[in-house]
Ligand binder design. Structure first.
Ligand code: DTR
Ligand code: ZN
Ligand code: ZN
Length: 446
């Protein structure tokens, strides 16, 4: 549970009218100054909580890895590859498509880990990353286990939510940052220009849990910057723009080739001023991180509040910046229904219909059924697709232990034995008491 939220069994979902009003409010939010390539439509779905305990568990693993491998996780040392293997295993298990990019620096082999979340528009890629290497003098828990762990947990949250954003999501853990941004430079330099042009933005997180924390937002792409600043403003946490970071972390190679960048930073060896201590707490006249690049950069060298807040901000930015315009993809093969249908608590099934016309022959073997069902306990919910002839295809069973909110997912259905044209129905039933919800929208993509 994060430090700034309470996990109560939620009140019933917003009535559809209220939800629509809220949606309209979000939709009329004044658009930010749009930089090339980055658009920040209001997030169609709010980001989930990023459990601080999960982020810290990754830090504990990084610490254990360093302790077992000569005290560090530096480029070319066994502790770095062990860190890569840990992160990669988590992502593989969560359904990511991962790849290791190998390079050589200082006579030693280095690795970048790239993880793609399947789906989204391949021509609009939102990327987030953190360097995973430490210096040789220590475990590098704040620098940069903190960024690595927060990005990892956000990626795992994407998987838990089965997020289907408009944009394609890609995450990266860089090698040899401490040797001069070597891994991220290698990645960008070896990225064909056609692939670079697909990157709508790169978000960088390097040191986000500093003990004497500051809350700095990179002053680069205005839309990304605004996304972070608005998030913190919503928590009444003042931020400052990060002025001394240009060129000092892995966003620099992306910025140098014109890709919109942004990120968060909690401070390194610079000293916190009295004015900063006044607004952020902590100790004036002391470095934001007194263990910067030192052997004491271990699991005790973390400010939980800063790590938690920054982890939540990362998830907020990923959910917000990966949402497109919210319009369904163009193309005659998409049919949708966005009329809300209330789902009675522990009651009869309800249906929402889509009339498909203009198709020829049968439906495909991989008919995509996209659903957006708002509900405060998704384990209560059973979902079926009904073909025009009434044949039922089970999309989701109930699961008593799944207390998370909402079902936002796309289900592939082999509907090749069904005629495409006709009235298709989504059937939804709440099969357990307490918690209610409604069908927000659904679509069929042929
Ligand atoms: N160079 C980073 C730490 C660092 C120093 N200033 C900034 C500003 C923005 C991001 C990171 C940094 C390192 O030692 O890894
Ligand atoms: Zn460093
Ligand atoms: Zn760093």
């Amino acid at each position: 549970m994060s430090l700034n939220r309470f996990a109560l069994r939620r009140s019933p979902a917003l009535p559809a009218a209220a939800a629509l009003a809220l949606g309209a409010l979000l939709a009329t939010a004044a658009p930010a100054a749009q930089a090339a390539g980055t658009t920040a439509a209001p997030a169609a779905v709010a980001a989930p909580d990023i459990p601080l305990a999960n982020v810290k568990a990754h830090l504990t693993q990084f610490q254990s890895i360093a302790t077992a491998n000569g005290g560090n996780r530096a480029h070319g040392r066994p502790g770095y590859k062990a860190s890569i293997d840990y992160v990669k295993a988590k992502l593989d298990a969560a359904g990511y498509t991962t790849s290791l990019q190998q390079f050589t620096s200082g006579g030693a082999v280095g690795y970048n880990l790239i993880a793609d979340w399947p789906g989204g528009d391949a021509n609009k890629v939102l990327m987030a990353g953190a360097h995973l290497d430490s210096v040789t003098s220590g475990a590098g828990i704040n620098d940069n286990g903190s960024g690595s762990a927060a990005v990892l947990e956000t990626a795992l949250a994407v998987s838990r939510a089965q997020l289907q954003p408009d944009k394609h999501l890609r995450f990266a853990w860089w090698g040899a940052e401490e040797l001069g941004l070597v891994g991220s430079r290698y990645y960008v330099n070896n990225l064909p220009s056609t692939e670079r042009s697909k990157l709508s933005g790169y978000l960088n997180f390097d040191m986000i849990g500093s003990p004497n924390a500051g809350y700095f937002v990179y002053d680069d792409d205005p839309v990304i910057e605004k996304t972070f600043k608005d998030y913190y403003a919503g928590l009444s946490i003042p931020t400052e723009i990060e002025t001394e970071g240009d060129g000092r972390s892995d966003h620099a190679p992306f910025k140098n080739v014109g890709i919109p960048v942004g990120g968060l930073f909690s401070g390194a060896d610079y000293t916190k001023t009295a004015a900063q201590a006044q607004k952020w707490g902590g100790t004036a006249g002391q470095a934001f991180d007194r263990c910067y690049h030192s052997s004491c950069d271990n699991t005790s060298n973390i400010n939980d509040t800063a790590l938690d807040r920054n982890s939540e901000a990362i998830a907020h930015a990923i959910w917000t910046l990966s949402a497109g315009t919210g319009e369904p993809p163009t193309g005659e093969g998409v049919f949708s229904n966005a009329t809300d249908v209330a789902v009675p608590d522990n009651g009869a099934a309800v249906t929402s219909s889509i009339a498909v016309t203009g198709r020829t022959g049968n439906a495909p073997a991989a008919l995509q059924v996209g659903v957006d069902i708002k509900h405060t306990y998704r384990g209560d919910v059973v979902i079926d697709l009904l073909a025009p002839d009434g044949t039922a295809y089970r999309l989701k069973n109930s699961s008593s232990g799944d207390s998370a909110d909402n079902v936002i997912a796309t289900y592939p259905v082999n509907a090749s034995s069904e005629t495409a044209n006709g009235t298709w129905k989504l059937r939804v039933q709440d099969v357990a008491a307490q918690d209610t919800g409604y069908i927000d929208s659904w679509k069929l993509t042929f």
